[in-house]
Design a protein around this ligand. Structure first.
Ligand code: AMP
Length: 401
């Protein structure tokens, strides 16, 4: 993986009084009155902002927020988010009503060294999502350097994530650096054996992911609804289970490619089935060769879990995306929870490194009480998945030294 310049490189020069544009992800959840309901994303960028401010930089924060239609929309103003950010960083945060032009320039001029300023939603300009060079240029006019701390937006080549990075000296912020380090640990240059867990509802959304992982990992565990498609592709009868029957050939192709690459593809050997997808539904565990016609597979069984445990116990690296079962509906959360807790415990013991992310994975690990024990849990849904698929993320590539 190419090396990125970080804040440590930026700090080799004197940045006192210098204008540093920081692309952050301020796209936080809010209630119907616009109040921020979860400050996790703000806490993740606090280190970058306070380190820069502590060295006397004028810290100018850029971000998108929601999906305005390429023009100003009060529903998507960042003003309340700037207030929430002030609480998180414990110092005043100024706000400007536009991310370019007079309002931005005036606010930057008025900002003292060591001050923090949030500029209005970059998506209030249609040029943002088009990566318009004129918008990138207008953004760059307010900065002497650019720091990207928004890995979660790095899969998009937008003016504030990619265009502007080519116009100023560009660096990875602390949160970006942590994310890139974790991804490098998981798949870039991992300690082997590497075990990947891929679960979730459908194969169709994860073909690129599976195709990339079989080339990179030693063992690929497929669970969740998507395992049903692989089981059906082997000719197993899976009753009323969720299955993409149009993808049986694709599943066979992926299984053959795994074999050719020397990657062990692990499918459930026993499963928890029920007649209905409902909390507390009567469940039983059966072999994958004996799924009743009128039942659906909703979780992995105990024999499967025992096999997975053996794989985790000898692994040095585990990378995880997606639940092994219908984890939102007990008792079908048990396979995911038990596997997550075991990986968490092995991580805590120092036996392996574990990196998880994407979609429902964070919720599933939180439900299991295991997220804190993982080496790294990425909050960047789409960007994490694209990275695991082996895609080049434009916002990361633009930072390469
Ligand atoms: P994804 O967004 O593709 O990661 O899929 C996550 C969803 O897959 C969750 O809502 C789970 O409830 C669902 N899921 C996992 N296993 C099964 C299964 N065996 N049958 C139906 N849905 C499942």
């Amino acid at each position: 993986m190419a090396k990125h310049k970080t804040l440590d490189d930026l700090f080799k020069t004197d940045i006192n009084g210098k204008r540093v544009l920081v692309r952050a992800d301020l796209n936080v959840p809010t209630d119907d009155k616009g109040h921020v309901t979860d400050t996790t994303r703000l806490a993740r960028i606090a280190d970058t902002l306070t380190e820069l401010a502590g060295r006397g930089a004028k810290v100018i924060v850029l971000s998108h927020f929601g999906r305005p239609k390429g023009g100003p929309d009060p529903k998507y103003t960042l003003a309340p988010v700037a207030d929430a950010l002030a609480k998180v960083v414990g110092k005043p945060v100024a706000f400007a009503g536009d991310c370019i032009g007079e309002p931005a320039r005036k606010a930057v001029d008025a900002l003292p060294a060591g001050g923090i300023l949030v500029l209005e939603n970059t998506r209030f300009h249609a040029g943002e999502e088009k990566n318009d060079p004129a918008l990138a240029q207008a953004l760059a006019e307010n900065g002497d350097a650019y720091v990207n701390d928004a890995f979660s937006a790095a899969h998009r080549a937008h003016a504030s994530t990619e265009g502007v990075a080519h116009l100023l000296p560009a660096y990875a912020g602390r949160a970006m650096e942590a994310e890139l380090d974790a991804l490098e640990t998981a798949l870039g240059n991992p300690e082997r054996p590497v075990v990947a867990v891929v679960g979730g509802a459908k194969v169709s959304t994860k073909i690129a992911l599976l195709s990339n992982l079989i080339k990179r990992v030693d063992t690929l565990i497929v669970g969740g609804g998507m395992a049903n498609t692989f089981l059906a592709a082997q000719g197993k009868k899976i009753g009323k289970s969720l299955c993409e029957y149009d993808l049986l050939d694709k599943a066979r192709e992926i299984a053959a490619a795994a074999k050719a690459a020397g990657c062990e593809l692990v499918l459930p050997v026993d499963v928890v089935v029920a007649s209905e997808f409902k909390a507390g539904a009567a469940a039983q565990t059966v072999s994958v060769d004996a799924v009743p016609e009128d039942k659906m597979i909703l979780d992995v069984g105990a024999d499967t879990m025992a096999y997975l445990a053996g794989r985790f116990e000898t692994a040095k690296t585990v990378v995880w995306n997606g639940p092994l079962g219908a984890f939102e509906v007990p008792p079908f959360d048990q396979g995911t929870a038990a596997a997550a807790r075991l990986v968490g415990m092995l991580t805590k013991m120092g036996a392996l490194k574990s990196v998880a992310g994407g979609g429902d994975t964070v919720a599933a690990l939180n439900d299991a009480g295991a997220a804190e024990d993982f080496t790294y849990v990425s909050a960047a849904g789409g960007a994490f998945l694209e990275w695991m698929e082996g895609a080049v993320l434009p916002g990361v590539a633009a930072l390469e030294a």
